[in-house]
Design a protein around this ligand. Structure first.
Ligand SMILES: C[S@@+](CC[C@H](N)C(=O)[O-])C[C@H]1O[C@@H](n2cnc3c(N)ncnc32)[C@H](O)[C@@H]1O
Length: 372
């Protein structure tokens, strides 16, 4: 460790007036965060400002000085601790409570509420930490379900079981309605006309009818073999989607598993299998694109085919077709299969490990670009 700590050289190459402050900071004990915060707020930050360095930037710079013992996150917490509680000694609870409040809660109103509860209920520090943690989890849960479904915030949308309000139990290939709700939430807009040309058990219709957040979207559904009277009969591979060109805002495509190759067949030919599946996917994609208005969107669920031969990357192939159609990719989400739905392959080769099974589909979304 170097004897003296110096800030990274300034642009002018001159030694910085901040160097002695950095040296001093490093002598603080790690258990006296309030003093550290006071020194930062009263000495270091004003000195840094005089040199044209803003507070946060200065904290980052110091944390990068070789041999400096406090990481940026601790410096930031100490700064907040002193800023929110410069009078900590006069307060009724031990210092550690205020450190917890300052670093976990942004709002002064919330900090005051927790302080009151801690005093009134004689909380220990663990009680305070537990209450803050549990309230935060509850807040996030409320946030996630405030629209009436399990809103996903990251790009892996896993669900444990289909929400029974949407679609028909036992219908082969039924998509959990929560997935459709998330797709509608992220990719469609109020007032839009939505078309599902392979609607199966009518899941999308139930989502739109049931969830108030989607009450101003309208939906039309088709299927080769309609499962109820809301769904109109149509074989979209043969006759196309019975909608006018450029009349629809959002198309949701959930093709059946039969569209994909059976890679365990003894006579399996990768090229022929790929061509056959792509012919079907291209047909439905072109139809989807045709009925979309400019700036309309299309989501499609696609899966790789994996086998002893290697893999066929259908999500990649579909994206290429979309680009040829001037459809801009705007979303890619992973849909893990539930439980042990992925079919493990027969082990035909005597060499090497058994090929892995595909365990995840992708929801790809594209936007139709207006023609120049
Ligand atoms: C994976 S399922 C859709 C499931 C639906 N998303 C749900 O949640 O119930 C695929 C659907 O495509 C339909 N289908 C297959 N070939 C079709 C075609 N050529 N035209 C229209 N629908 C077709 C099937 O009858 C099946 O209901």
């Amino acid at each position: 460790m170097p004897k003296t700590l110096t800030a990274p050289p300034s642009k002018t190459g001159k030694a910085s007036s901040l160097d002695p402050l950095i040296e001093k900071l490093n002598s603080f004990s790690t258990n006296n965060y309030w003093d550290l915060g006071k020194f930062l707020v009263e000495k270091v930050i004003p000195a840094a400002l005089k040199e044209g360095i803003f507070g946060e930037q200065m904290l980052k710079r110091m944390a990068d000085v070789p041999g400096f013992k406090f990481p940026f996150s601790i410096l930031k917490q100490c700064q907040m601790f002193y800023t929110y509680y410069p009078d900590v000694e006069k307060r009724p609870l031990p210092e550690i409570f205020y450190f917890e409040l300052a670093t976990k809660l942004d709002e002064s109103r919330k900090r005051a509420e927790y302080e009151k509860m801690a005093i009134a209920n004689r909380w220990t520090i663990s009680d305070l930490q537990r209450h803050i943690r549990e309230d935060e989890l509850a807040r996030r849960e409320d946030e996630k379900t405030k629209f009436g479904f399990d809103l996903k915030e990251k790009t892996i949308w896993s669900v444990d079981a289909p929400d029974p309000r949407f679609g028909k139990a036992g219908y082969k290939g039924r998509l959990p309605g929560q997935l459709i709700a998330n797709a509608l939430f992220y990719y469609s807009e109020p007032g839009w006309l939505i078309v599902d040309p392979m609607a199966g058990s009518g899941t999308i219709g139930n989502v739109i009818e049931t969830i108030p957040h989607f009450s101003n979207r309208h939906c039309r559904m088709y299927d080769l073999d309609p499962s109820d009277q809301r769904i109109q009969r149509a074989n979209i591979l043969q006759t196309g989607i019975p909608e006018q060109s450029a009349s629809v805002d959002y198309v949701f495509l959930d093709p059946p598993s039969e569209f994909y190759p059976k890679s365990d067949d003894a006579e399996f030919s990768v090229n022929a299998a790929k061509a056959e599946t792509m012919m079907k996917l291209k047909t439905i994609i072109r139809e989807g694109n045709r009925i979309l208005k400019p700036k309309g969107r299309l989501s499609i669920i696609v899966e790789m085919t994996v086998g002893n031969f290697g893999f066929i990357d259908f999500p990649f192939e579909v994206t290429s077709v979309m680009k040829e159609l001037n459809m801009k990719p705007i979303g890619k989400v992973y849909l893990p299969k539930r439980g042990d739905a992925a079919k493990v392959h027969a082990h035909t080769s005597t060499e090497g490990p058994r090929p892995m099974a595909s365990d995840c589909r992708e929801l790809l979304t594209f936007e139709k670009q207006p023609t120049a």
